[in-house]
Design a protein around this ligand. Structure first.
Ligand code: ATP
Length: 456
């Protein structure tokens, strides 16, 4: 019955659930919002940290050949001149002669204003970098840009990283951080924003080995989504035709996702050749070459760059995890988040607020919270509390009932199967850890028992 199994969950449903449950709010909400900007609520911020953490672990911490970096958002403007952004980071725009709304020329199917059907101007290029100024007196101050990507910070630190880490090719530099683009058309929730976060890395390779590494990274990045539980049928590779490539790229493949508004780019993997290091070397006058000890040659490495927006990845993960099931006269709404991504891992639910039960439940909660992100909930009926945790995507609930006081056992209830197992309270932590790590608890702890939750 999952809506998304056949492709799509309605965007309005997702936006409203995200707002209602505290995942994502419009920015400056009480003032009517700010187009293209979003705020992450208490659950959203946990989800976002988990997505970034999962990426960082797989790209930096579990590998020997990639190191991390965190560069400034504001950079010397010469960076953006050398990179080509000042000249060409732009979109073709048309303006309506009647209502003066501006439209991205590429998005229009007809040669008239979509808002008022008015006549449109000729196309004009519009630079999408945000400008600001540095210095106390505005007239004398220098113009700087808010970075539209994090990549340039990694290119200009190539020698710093090489000298300090003594890495040999192939090796990479990875970074996560805010990026800003004055997008002409925003929309589709967090798919395209003006302020967003990016996770990308630059993988430096010997020229001639670039095609092999390009293919390697397309496969690795594709598998990362599958490992996080994204359904294969909602992912597709799209190879950019040569004539549509960005000025710096030799080839580019997108991992696309079936979003509610259709197939669209989730992550881009580009072979940037030696373009960036050559440009910065020429503009700065600093050599950005690599000395190959084996062949005794100096050369500028080629770069393979996988780049994905954190927010866009979150949108794909939300869509993919969303599910609805009939539940007697109601509907059970749930997010099947991968345990590594779920904002709350374990909810502790005492069956009643009675003093002796509450004391035990609070003790259990205190013992679990150093190990997991937890919630304690003692409001409403247990059925409602399970449904609430389902809507947050919490993989496990621990229920403390009156029997628990007698036998020192608690119930673990599983989100996806609604199976329940009863385990000794001292074994809770290990059992939950094993379950969150994906192990099936076929071997129950001594005295354990398993059954299926009754639908309400
Ligand atoms: P698009 O064609 O969708 O605008 P792009 O080709 O300009 O994207 P890149 O410059 O390759 O995108 O950026 C790398 C990644 O950053 C994209 O794959 C996407 O996940 C993310 N991204 C780019 N622009 C935005 C945006 N305005 N809002 C959210 N994420 C974005």
């Amino acid at each position: 019955m999952s809506e998304n199994k056949t492709g799509k969950v309605a965007m309005e449903k997702l936006v409203s659930l995200c707002q209602r449950r505290g995942f994502i709010f419009p920015s400056s909400d009480i003032y009517g919002g700010l187009s293209g900007c979003w705020d992450y609520g208490p659950l959203g911020v946990e989800l976002k940290r988990n997505v970034k953490e999962a990426w960082w672990r797989s790209i930096v911490q579990e590998r020997d050949d990639i190191v991390g970096l965190d560069t400034s958002i504001l950079m010397n403007s010469k960076v953006w001149e050398a990179s080509g952004h000042v000249a060409s980071f732009s979109d073709p725009l048309v303006e309506c002669k009647d209502c003066h709304l501006r439209w991205k020329a590429d998005d229009l199917t007809e040669n008239k204003c979509p808002a008022c059907a008015g006549e449109l101007t000729e196309e004009r290029m519009f630079n999408t970098m945000f400008k600001t100024v540095i210095g106390p007196v505005e007239e004398e101050a220098a113009t700087v840009y808010l970075r539209p990507e994090t990549a340039q910070g990694m290119f200009v630190n190539f020698q710093n990283v090489l000298n300090t880490t003594r890495k040999r090719l192939p090796f990479g530099i990875a970074q996560q951080g805010k990026a800003f683009r004055n997008e002409i058309t925003t929309g589709n929730f967090i798919f395209r924003s003006r302020e967003f976060e990016i996770m990308e890395f630059e993988y430096f390779v010997k020229p001639g080995t670039d095609e092999k590494w390009f293919d390697y990274w397309v496969e690795q990045r594709w598998n990362w989504y599958l490992d996080l539980g994204v359904r294969k049928e909602n992912l597709k590779l799209h190879e950019h035709p040569k004539e549509k490539l960005a000025h710096y790229a030799r080839c580019c493949t997108d991992i696309t996702y079936l979003f509610p508004h259709g197939w669209a780019e989730l992550e881009g993997i580009a072979n940037r050749t030696d373009f960036d290091l050559k440009q910065h070397s020429a503009a700065s006058g600093k050599t950005l070459e690599y000395f190959d000890d084996e062949t005794k040659e100096h050369y500028i490495p080629y770069i393979i760059e996988p780049s994905v927006g954190v927010d866009r990845a979150i949108l794909a993960l939300l869509c993919d995890a969303y599910d609805e099931e009939p539940d007697k006269d109601e509907t059970r709404v749930l997010f099947h988040f991968h345990p590594d991504l779920a904002p709350v891992k374990v909810a502790v639910l005492p069956l009643s607020r009675k003093e002796n039960l509450a004391t035990l439940a609070r003790d259990v909660h205190a013992a679990l919270r150093p190990c997991f992100t937890t919630q304690y909930d003692d409001t409403q009926s247990i059925g409602r509390r399970y449904r609430r945790q389902d809507e947050l995507g919490t993989p496990y609930c621990v229920t403390i009932d009156f029997q628990s006081i007698e036998d020192n056992m608690a119930t673990i209830r599983e989100r996806d199967t609604m199976n329940q197992i009863r385990v000794p309270i001292p074994a809770l932590k290990n059992s939950l850890q094993a379950k969150l790590a994906g192990e099936d608890l076929f071997v129950l702890p001594e005295g354990g028992r398993i059954w299926k939750e009754e639908k309400r």
